[in-house]
Design a protein around this ligand. Structure first.
Ligand SMILES: [Zn+2]
Length: 254
């Protein structure tokens, strides 16, 4: 039985610790000795079962990115960035290949407007038993202005964004991890947090395994436009070329 809506368990939801807004709360991901249900560990990187599985009909895991609570993907050393993304993508695709799920999603929330609750850098890999996220995906949401292309990795700014405004995309083939993929993704996130003209403190990453490719979408988060909430109409700003050039001049032209 397929489903169009993912069900959220509110009684588990209220028990979840909150460390993004409540700075006094102890960080559960720093208490490494107390973590249970570990799935795989690679040095400071830990994949484990989510202690608060708020989603019904889903298998929820958490990927703790580092043992540094103040760390952030935008500032990781390249060696750690690649180690993390290789590990995360491998575990995500492995879960997909078990065929136990209708689809498997891999994403990251960062900052108060991202929907995240715990500040310690982490991502999530979630197997959905009755929802195929790919049904809501089309080629055009990954199309856009090419910012740069290297080693068969493409870095673009969406011209037909899924929700609207600014969506950065990085794509590579699904058979081998290429370092340019991680580096472009890191640049997108660093630009969002530090050089974005509209001051973003929150972003999401959404990975997609689609048509033989791996896509990562980096989305700065603001208050969502009412036209999208009310009517599902995504808006496209008229300064995309300016932004692609601005990013290029700050990060890619030496
Ligand atoms: Zn922490």
């Amino acid at each position: 039985m397929k489903n169009s809506h993912l069900h959220f368990n509110t009684s588990i939801g209220v028990k979840k610790p909150e460390s993004i807004r409540n700075k006094q709360a102890a960080c559960p991901f720093c208490a490494r000795d107390e973590l249970v249900n570990l799935i795989e560990v690679d040095g400071p990187i830990i994949l484990l079962k989510n202690k608060y599985p708020v989603l019904e009909n889903a298998y929820q895991t958490v990927l703790i990115e580092t043992d540094d609570c103040q760390g952030e993907l935008s500032t990781y050393e390249h060696s750690h960035l690649h180690r993390l993304l290789k590990f995360g993508i491998r575990k995500w695709l492995e879960m997909d290949q078990t065929k136990q799920y209708e689809s498997v999603i891999f994403f990251k929330n960062h900052g108060p407007l991202s929907g995240g609750t715990i500040a310690h850098p982490h991502m999530q890999i979630v197997g959905l038993h009755d929802i195929n996220y790919k049904e809501n995906v089309s080629d055009e949401i990954f199309e856009g202005i090419t910012i740069e292309e290297k080693d068969e990795v493409r870095f673009t700014l969406s011209t037909k964004p899924k929700v609207g405004f600014y969506e950065f995309n990085v794509e590579m083939a699904d058979n081998i991890y290429i370092e340019a993929f991680g580096e472009y993704l890191q640049i997108a996130v660093h630009y969002i947090l530090n050089n974005f003209p509209f001051r973003a403190n929150s972003y999401n990453l959404f990975f997609h395994h689609y048509n033989g490719k791996i896509y990562a979408k980096a989305v700065p988060r603001f208050i969502t436009t009412p036209l999208y909430i009310g009517y599902g109409i995504p808006q496209v700003p008229n300064n995309l070329h300016w932004m692609a050039d601005d990013l290029k001049s700050k990060y890619l032209i030496s």
